[in-house]
Design a protein around this ligand. Structure first.
Ligand code: GLY
Length: 417
């Protein structure tokens, strides 16, 4: 039996232990922020005005993709970017309370719903979670959105292969998995944990994230774009790129997807392995000799070093990708809340630098221009000659997301809504 001395000591110690445990679980307090509420609000208000311009350019039966050669380009619902426009409308509705934005979003959600049955793409997280996931989060209307999301999660889970321990990305190749697929895992984890869906969705996400950590990353924590697996035994057939400058290069948006993906997986699992991995990715990116001072990456980290005879020499060598920057800003803001001290300040300052840069005339379009898109100068795929130095719907989505995350930090609220 515990004697009186030890019992008294334990009674004194227990509250200290409890408060230590609670302190460890809580996000670190936010250090001083260098962007003002005025700056964030003015950019979000501009976004509200500009997305209404975009709405005028969007055909009723499709979703905006980009604006190039003075022409609006839209897609059908099965294109991977179809969820970003309704997602942006919902974010801006959440910010402004402007019901016109919610009504516009609902029109597009009605079109998009059929994609819940789509088993031919790994992009259902982008398509359904950025759209219906935000709709559910903001409205709390489970009867309207839960079943759609769970059906979509089931469709996505059909692409998991136990032999490769991954979700298949594209058709063709042997069994290609792209780093971008990290972004579809939030949908799966949420389907199990928040929506009470089958626990297998969460398990698939964790297995995929672990396999990607093992196979997609080089020792310096840069990521390959595509790993092509043997679907029978999981062996790696090729380490390739599709959208980067060359197979061994660090395609910028892929690196941004990876950082965002591992920060998000830490949030969803509390497994510190993912947090440490995200830190290592951030160190690679922000320690890279080609990371520009304004925080807006070149489309490929290796592009400025390409030889003159490269197919991507000339003006491609220094072309920036605003979409990668916006994704990085949003990820860094979340990462800052899981860290402390100088490390936390470092992530915050980098995110602030990016947001400041993207909000200058160099990247942010004047209202009424740019086909209604907010940001200029993103890159879809230079090797495919597609969407080069144009606005992109996902650049706007992650820019808005980062501004919203920052506005929550300013209000001392959790970074996620
Ligand atoms: N997920 C495709 C891209 O990032 O371009």
């Amino acid at each position: 039996m515990m004697n009186c001395f030890y019992r008294a000591k334990m009674i004194a110690i227990i509250p200290i232990m409890v408060s230590l445990i609670v302190a460890c679980q809580q996000p670190a307090a936010t250090p001083p922020l260098t962007l003002t509420a005025g700056f964030i609000d003015s950019n979000l208000n501009d976004a509200v005005t500009q997305i209404k311009v975009l709405a005028e350019h969007v055909p009723t039966d499709s979703l905006p993709r980009t604006y190039q050669h003075s022409t609006s380009v839209s897609s059908n619902t099965s294109w991977w970017t179809s969820g970003f426009y309704p997602g942006s409308l919902l974010y801006l509705y959440e910010y402004s309370g402007d019901t016109q934005l919610f009504d516009l979003a609902k029109e597009k959600l009605a079109l998009l719903e059929k994609e819940k049955e789509n088993t031919g793409t790994h992009d259902l997280g982008f398509m359904l979670y950025c759209s219906f996931g935000n709709a559910l989060r903001i409205t709390g209307d489970t009867s309207a959105y839960r079943d759609i999301l769970l059906t979509g999660a089931e469709s996505l889970s059909t692409r998991f292969n136990p032999a490769t321990q991954t979700i298949r990305s594209w058709e063709g190749w042997h069994f290609p998995v792209i780093i971008d697929n990290m972004m579809n895992l939030e949908f799966l984890t949420q389907a199990s944990s928040e929506l009470d869906g089958d626990p297998k969705y969460y398990d698939i996400a964790v297995i995929h994230a672990n396999t990607t950590m093992k196979n997609h990353y080089r020792p310096d924590h840069s990521a390959y774009h595509v790993i092509d697996y043997n679907p029978e035994n999981g062996e790696i057939i090729g380490r390739k790129t599709a959208q980067g400058a060359f197979d061994e290069s660090a395609w910028a948006r892929g690196q941004a997807w990876g950082l965002y993906g591992y920060v998000m997986m830490y949030r969803q699992t509390s497994d510190s392995v993912y947090l440490d991995f995200a830190r290592d990715i951030a160190s690679f990116l922000f320690g890279h000799h080609n990371m520009p001072e304004d925080g807006v990456p070149y489309w490929d980290f290796d592009a400025p070093d390409l030889p003159a005879d490269s197919p991507y020499a000339g003006h491609y060598k220094t072309m920036r990708d605003a979409s990668a920057a916006a994704i990085l800003a949003s990820a860094l803001l979340e990462l800052s809340t899981y860290t402390a001290g100088e490390e936390q300040v470092g992530y915050l300052r980098k995110a602030e630098t990016i947001l400041r840069s993207l909000s200058t005339e160099a990247y942010k379009a004047a209202i009424g221009t740019n086909g209604g898109f907010i940001l200029k100068h993103s890159v879809g795929s230079i090797p495919h000659g597609s969407e080069i130095d144009v606005p992109l719907t996902y650049a706007d989505y992650y820019y808005i997301e980062a501004l919203l995350r920052y506005s929550r930090l300013l209000e001392n609220k959790p970074v996620l809504g």
